[in-house]
Unconditional design. Structure first.
Length: 895
């Protein structure tokens, strides 16, 4: 038996997961011998990618240390550390890695440290920063200023990770009990603090504060204190803060920089010096930032520090904003100016005229009240401009404007009662890729962009089609566009995501022979799922299709093409085309994949002609006979979804979230022929909670592909995904409503599930989700699929339950009405208002009444609503009563 070499002992230490032993073993090898170990270390890394567990962590740590010492080139060593440290740089790897690192030449150390610090954000692991900063400090490297490094610096200083890192890093990194202490001791601060204002999406971290957090443990408090102590330049911080707020960004990002500005507590002189910047914040800044700027300018004006010319400029900037609180504050400012300085009454009145064109009629009324109050002091010279501005008034204010200004606004020209967008038409899929090179282009695009349904289906069919024709030529075309190691695309089911379009690489890699026959067979038999997570039923369907395609194209009887490739962009498949494809299969003696065939059946349009049915009857294969049976039956039998009942008596148990929701129960769907798993699961019974486990898409990048799985059963898709739409409304989850426009464009009846999904979307927390729900509402209306009465009644219930907030709903419906869809919005509100007005008072109903009144007037709606009439008959001048009166008058035949 040959004696064990130093290399053998090194590999054994890696396999045993003993990182502490590696430095001594490396010292036994000269540089050439260490470089010679790299091929085997790379093999070990590939093997470890397929494993999971605590001992694997130690093996990866040992591998990280060994590879760092064996890569004698700085670039290669940095790449090795970057690829391995994301998983392996745990506490037990830190000391041996430093020991190996410091044993190298100083030039090598500095080059590796700089390369690690300069990496882009996606190449950083969560635990690496203390190690990298330690390397920079011991090598005397300049302070890096890349976005990724500064972001990690902020995270480290915020949480004080350096205090918990055992080993030599503690001695090199700044220490301190609080963030203020750590920053005060940090030599990096003068270089990196100015960069904070350049980074995107860093403001959220800078503005973090929890109950009980001392101000010295917040970034805004620490920076303000350091500026007060002269450690940082106060004037520079102020300039950078204001400039950053001017650039804009997400609300969470801007709140951090606003917190810094407020913590700096500018003096009146400092505020006056930046008055022009504050004015520039008013028109477009986030409402919180604009409100701060407005407060500063108002205070400056009150103290006589603001140039009078800014009054008109600030009003023009604010009075066209949609946030009513800002507009009301601006009108109050104008009112105070006119009262305090009668000589400026004309300026105040003319500035207020900008609000006469505001979308909200109550704002218009406030502006008219201000004008009426100060018109006498303003003089007749302002009347011509006021009359011109009054042309923007809602008709409900025309009579008062005529009395006040001496002339009635011109009546608006007739406009359509209900202006809807053109109904979207499904587009035919382009022909299949004609050459292997075209297939490679499609696959590369899919990996880079995760393109839509049509691109994915063409790419997948192209892989199967050209693998059948000439697999070798296809492999040659694919080789340059595919990753070299399969784990870069899929990782043996150890991840947390859902199977998505980019996992088409699994099939492409099968063409290249990158998967073993054992792995392919295990995946095909369901014994080992190769994709990430498989968390959703739709992800499982996509994964099953990819697994089957990879299995087929590597077999002896590869199919000539796929059966389930749709003919339309929605995922729909023409029955005549599927009959033709099966005819080709029968002539070639090919056997369809069961998942492919089942998906094809579920995509068939339910309008097969008698000739198509007769052609299907003539097919002789078992699958051809099943197709004929499917067409004769007209597809699956879909029962209506039913409303789920709350479990137990709500009065006899603690409140539960579902008590405030409307949820649905999806009965089983009858299919004319048996379907393959997991497509058969889609047609099984799903209760309110069962559907949640089948459609959780927090990690899915393929949501836009889901309606194409069941392109004529959108009720089923909506019912299975309902909990995510619910979460968008009452749990502030982002992105769920993006599926709604696709459901509106899909086929099949739009019933309870689709309308309830749209209802939750209209009440979603985030504006982009509400916008998606509005798009779905308009598409349903344009296609004649909207049941306004059903949607309105459900919205009233959701508001009463507290699942949908009225202010969010009013924002969405106002957005819809602005497109000209007055009749559509009225049809929804006409059904919602009776329920909203008969129960306990709901804050925000006044806005809905205002929108209803506007839509009723513009659409020519007629017919009294008893609940509105009863509210309008109440005494008093509360806004709710006034809006009810305006709606009642709009609906009366006399208007």
């Amino acid at each position: 038996m040959p004696a064990e070499t130093p290399q053998d002992r090194l590999f054994r230490a890696v396999r045993l997961g003993a990182p502490a032993e590696v430095p001594a073993l490396l010292r036994e090898l000269d540089p050439a011998a260490r470089r010679a170990c790299l091929p085997r270390l790379r093999e070990l890394r590939r093997e470890l990618r397929e494993e999971w567990g605590r001992r694997t962590d130690y093996r990866e740590a040992a591998l990280l240390v060994a590879g760092t010492g064996c890569n004698t080139g700085a670039a290669a060593a940095a790449q090795w550390i970057s690829a391995g440290a994301r998983e392996a740089l745990a506490d037990f790897a830190f000391r041996p890695l430093i020991e190996v690192f410091t044993a190298q030449e100083p030039e090598w150390q500095a080059a590796v440290a700089q390369r690690l610090a300069d990496r882009r954000d996606t190449l950083w692991g969560w635990s690496e920063y203390p190690f990298v900063e330690y390397l920079l400090r011991i090598t005397g490297s300049p302070v890096p200023t890349s976005d990724a490094f500064v972001t990690r610096w902020v995270e480290n200083r915020t949480w004080g990770h350096a205090q918990r890192r055992p080993g030599p890093g503690v001695e090199a990194l700044p220490k301190g009990r609080t963030l203020l202490d750590r920053l005060r001791a940090d030599s990096y601060l003068p270089v990196l603090a100015p960069r904070l204002f350049d980074l995107p999406d860093i403001g959220g971290a800078l503005g973090q504060s929890w109950q009980g957090t001392a101000v010295e443990d917040t970034w805004f408090g620490a920076l303000a204190r350091l500026a007060a102590d002269g450690v940082l330049d106060r004037a520079d911080l102020i300039d950078r803060c204001l400039s950053r707020l001017l650039r804009g960004g997400s609300p969470g990002d801007l709140r951090g920089f606003l917190a810094i500005l407020e913590a700096l507590d500018l003096t009146p002189d400092e505020q006056a010096a930046h008055a022009q910047t504050y004015v520039r914040l008013l028109p477009d800044a986030h409402s919180t930032v604009a409100a701060h700027a407005q407060q500063v300018l108002t205070a400056l004006d009150t103290d006589g520090r603001l140039d009078p010319e800014y009054l008109a400029e600030t009003s023009r900037a604010v009075l066209f904003r949609s946030e009513k609180k800002l507009v009301r504050s601006q009108l109050s400012w104008l009112d105070r100016v006119a009262r305090r300085e009668p000589g400026r009454a004309a300026d105040a009145v003319l500035a207020a005229a900008d609000a006469l064109g505001h979308e909200d009629t109550t704002i218009q009324e406030r502006a008219l009240n201000l004008i009426a109050r100060h018109l006498g002091r303003a003089g007749d010279g302002v009347l011509s401009e006021l009359r011109a501005a009054a042309e923007g008034l809602d008709p409900v204010h025309h009579t008062r404007a005529a009395v006040l200004l001496g002339a009635a606004p011109t009546a608006a020209a007739d406009e359509p009662a209900d202006l809807l967008p053109p109904a979207p038409e499904p587009q035919p899929l382009p022909p299949p890729p004609a050459t292997p090179a075209e297939v490679a282009e499609e696959v590369a695009a899919m990996l880079a962009t995760h393109s839509g349904v049509a691109a994915f289906e063409r790419a997948l069919d192209g892989l199967v089609r050209h693998a059948h024709r000439d697999r070798q030529a296809l492999a040659a075309a694919l080789e340059p566009v595919l990753p070299k190691e399969r784990w870069l695309t899929w990782d043996s089911g150890n991840g947390w995501g859902d199977c998505g379009p980019a996992d088409i690489a699994y099939v492409a890699l099968a063409v290249l022979g990158r998967h073993s026959g054992t792995d392919l067979q295990a995946a095909h038999q369901g014994r080992r799922l190769p994709f990430r997570g498989h968390q959703t039923i739709f992800g499982k369907v996509l994964g099953a299709r990819l697994i089957e395609a990879a299995w087929q194209i590597t077999g002896e009887n590869a199919p000539p093409f796929l059966l389930a490739t749709p003919t339309l962009s929605t995922g729909a498949l023409d029955p005549a085309e599927l009959v033709r494809r099966l005819q080709v299969y029968e002539q070639a003696g090919a056997t369809p994949g069961e998942v492919d065939f089942s998906q094809a059946l579920l995509r068939l349009t339910p309008d097969a002609t008698p000739g198509t049915v007769a052609a299907a009857d003539a097919l002789t294969s078992p699958h051809g006979q099943q197709l004929a049976q499917w067409l004769h039956a007209g597809g699956p039998t879909v029962p209506s979804v039913v409303r789920a009942r709350a479990q137990g008596d709500p009065s006899s148990r603690p409140p539960q979230p579902d008590d405030r929701r409307i949820l649905l129960y999806l009965p089983a769907i009858g299919a004319p022929v048996p379907l393959a798993e997991p497509l058969a699961v889609l047609l099984r019974t799903a209760g309110p909670r069962g559907s949640e486990s089948l459609a959780t898409w927090g990690w899915s990048g393929a949501v836009d592909h889901w309606p194409a799985v069941l392109p004529h059963l959108r009720e089923v898709v909506a019912a299975r995904c309902l909990r995510r739409f619910v979460a968008g409304a009452d749990q502030d989850e982002r992105g769920a409503a993006g599926l709604l426009p696709l459901l509106a464009e899909a086929g099949g009846p739009a019933g309870e599930a689709v309308h309830l999904a749209v209802g939750y979307g209209l009440g979603a927390r985030f504006a982009e989700d509400r916008a998606a729900a509005v798009d779905a509402l308009l598409v349903l209306a344009a296609r004649g699929d909207l049941d306004g009465d059903l949607l309105g009644r459900r919205l009233a219930e959701l508001v009463a339950l507290g699942a949908v907030k009225p202010n969010r709903l009013s924002d969405a419906l106002r957005t819809a009405s602005r497109t000209g869809a007055y009749g559509t919005v009225w049809s929804v509100l006409a059904a919602a208002l009776p329920g909203l007005l008969t129960g306990p008072p709901v804050r925000g109903t006044g806005d809905l009444l205002s929108i209803a009144g506007d839509c009723a007037r513009r659409s020519g709606a007629r017919g009294a609503l008893p609940e509105v009439s009863a509210l309008a008959a109440r005494p008093g001048s509360a806004r709710l009563v006034k809006e009810a009166r305006q709606l009642r008058d709009a609906l009366s035949p006399e208007t």
